[in-house]
Design a protein. Sequence first.
Length: 164
Amino acid sequence: MFELDESSSIPIWLQLKNRFIYLITSGFYKPGDHLPTVRGLAAEVEVNYNTVSKVYQSLEEDGYIVSKRRQGAFVADVSDKPGVSANVLAEAVTVEYLQRCQELGLSLEDIDTQFTAALGAAKAKRERETGVDNAKEKGVSRGHIVHFPGSEDDSAERATGNGA
């Protein structure tokens, strides 16, 4: 549930915090759910106790969790919190992704190419795993070129208003 990428330029504590926010805003964790103890989670994900403590403190400051002395940490009700949704979190992650890629020296065009390739690979993987082509399932046809009456030679005439 908590996969951390130690080779990422995103700090471990921020990866962990973002994952918690996603799990809370997506409904995996419900309001009132008891979260793992700081020590237990630190052992589970093999990070320093202080790292997990920092994550919990930050989540509490942002209103995602509530700590109760000697009882632990519990998920807060964030349903009425403005801007809390998977889309808002995805937007924040996307902005951070762009910043990190630019810090690595990539141009926006390089980032676009890389992201498009990764998105295409993810879609292909999903189709392989599910065995369903979502476009076919929805009745959408792909890969067909529709030619309208007239040839490419008369495109100049149409552009000047002399054609159909």
